[in-house]
Design a protein around this ligand. Sequence first.
Ligand code: FDA
Length: 503
Amino acid sequence: DAVESAPAVVVGSGYGGAVAALRLGQAGIRTLVLEMGQLWDTAGADGKVFCSTTAPDQRSMWFRNRTEAPLATFLWLDVVNKAINPYPGVLDRVHYDQMSVYVGRGVGGGSLVNGGMAVTPLKSYFAEQFPTVDADEMYGTWFPRARAMLGVNSIDPAWFESTEWYRFTRTSRKAAANAGLKTTFVPNVYDFGYMQREAAGTATKSALAGEVIYGNNHGKRSLDKTYLAAALGTGNVTIQTMEKVTSVSRATDGSYLLTAERIDNTGAVVETKQYGCTYLFLGGGSLGTSELLVRARDTGALPDLDAGVGAGWGTNGNVMLGRANHIWDTVGAHQATMPVMGIDDWANPDNPVFAEIAPLPMGFEHWISLYLAITKNPQRARFTYDSSTGAVKLGWTTAQSAVSAGMAKKLFDRVNAANLTIYRYDLFGSTSKVFADNFTYHPLGGCVLGEATDDYGRVRGYPNLYVTDGSLVPGSIGVNPFVTITALAERTLARVLAEDIRS
Ligand code: FDA
């Protein structure tokens, strides 16, 4: 097979991949980005690029016969998920033995499906997680650069206090305050000016029309509109879609070789392609990058990879849960899909938790306060290669999830006690499930900075091979992770371009 060559190849177009693509392109280096998902820029028969959460179709999920939404049921009824045709949809739920992981698929990766919460971690916790990184430099240079590039903005507090669309957040804030808990506004990459126009009826509704996990048709500054648009604008970057990299190896001259499978809309492999490059940047996300490297090490393709490759994986302590409010504490039939506030109890040494106040836009009053709790769960797991099947497995266990659930329970027992309220038992499929600890939105680790790589994401044992994504973060960062992933990637690219790459 003919090998297509480029000086630099980037695998994946999420946060880590997008930063690499832009900075390489700006440095004049011809760069090829390989993305397994599609480019989401073409409207379907309904005139929309993405489908809504309330009426999901084939565009919602990655090759499924049925949607697999995080909230499985309402009043124990199987009313949430819908039958769909298998198609390269935008949201995937990857099932491992005892943990499933939601990830975005397409040009922009997780930015296409996430809640847009753009949170900078507490400096002290960042320093705890990344002891070898200069925290002053991160907070002085790389975090501000990431926020500016991502288009982070904040809700107008006066509008927040008055709009029906955030009644659910104000009700949750009151319940937290009754328990003596602090709440804090969190920034977002959704354009709040646009959202206010949606509310005023002068712009097409997106966040105010229930759009989020299956994509936003308007308002959100996803990576295809920020970093990746700028990367393409350099004229040096090409993005190939619907191509999944399946293996990485190294040629005798030190260059890297990749195999990629190009699929069609049915998922059939229509072509197997070979790529060669001098500089290889892995941005497939915690799952994608860890899988590629664990397989490469354990099949002997890159045998000198560190034993730390595959290790240090965590869920960022994610747990979803719902509380039932009193009849007079309404949450509103109208709810914006972009979260703007969290309960911040991270400083509590007994039980550090940061709980995002999540929307549940069902179009009618349901009195539910929904939360995505981020707990300081110290448990970590490892990816392993199964030579009998060729699969890469994740060793995370139900018992490890129970640690997160226990921490979330400790916090929300306080909220319930102070408000004389109870949990909702009907949202997560089975009658007894209160704490949804069996999935995560925040997969982190597998190729931890300073362990599997040096302090700048250079993969140990392999010159010119870099990791730029969430696999660098050691399983927990205490807040929603994409600002941290972006800032670390900016730091890596600046260093690598200055020291390693000659154009
Ligand atoms: P990311 O997953 O973004 O990108 C990886 C890309 O590589 C994907 O496009 C994938 O298709 C592609 N890929 C993987 N393997 C490949 C291969 N072998 N070949 C080719 N392509 C490959 N975070 C936050 O900070 N605030 C928030 O509000 C939220 N909310 C949220 C909601 C939901 C529903 C989800 C699923 C996630 C969030 N997150 C979030 C998490 C956030 O989206 C996530 O941390 C980042 O997207 C991770 O960025 P990465 O660069 O690591 O990978």
